[in-house]
Design a protein around this ligand. Structure first.
Ligand code: ZN
Length: 147
């Protein structure tokens, strides 16, 4: 999640990246005191601190978010966020899929080249072609979901 998604849910917002103050949504603020500090860490993680003592869980829950939302999407599944949310499989990037496809397409290219030149495939070739087909089908399916 980006900082904006949290910030747009808070009242009395002041400051600018990477530090803001706002009215804490988790407790009844006196005179609109901005007791909530929000910070954005270098890795994109959002830090929230209420000077009146509300815990982070209560703060995010008060605006309809979860603790896991304080972590940038790319960190989910790689460390700290694991304790808050089950691992989410990230889609492959188009670049990853193309890199994976390249090797299998090269196998197919070589095999097809041999066949086109009149060399019948042997058992090893057939087996490798079968593996290449499965992998290419798998990578093409990844490509449909690739980011
Ligand atoms: Zn509070």
């Amino acid at each position: 999640m980006t900082a904006d998604a949290l910030l747009c849910r808070l009242d009395g917002l002041q400051g600018r990246a990477p530090k803001w103050r706002a009215i804490c949504p988790a407790h009844q603020s006196q005179h609109g005191t901005r007791s909530l500090a929000i910070g954005e860490a270098d890795d994109g993680r959002l830090l929230v601190h209420c000077f009146a003592g509300c815990d982070a869980q209560a703060i995010v829950a008060a605006v309809g978010l979860e603790l896991a939302d304080l972590f940038p999407t790319k960190l989910i599944g790689h460390g700290a966020a694991d304790q808050f949310r089950p691992r989410i499989r990230q889609p492959w990037s188009v670049r990853d899929v193309i890199a994976a496809l390249r090797g299998e397409l090269m196998v197919a290219y070589v095999l097809l080249g041999a066949v086109a030149a009149g060399t019948p495939p042997n058992d090893d070739d057939r087996e490798r072609a079968g593996i290449a087909m499965e992998r290419i089908a798998h990578f093409l399916a990844e490509l449909d979901h690739a980011a």
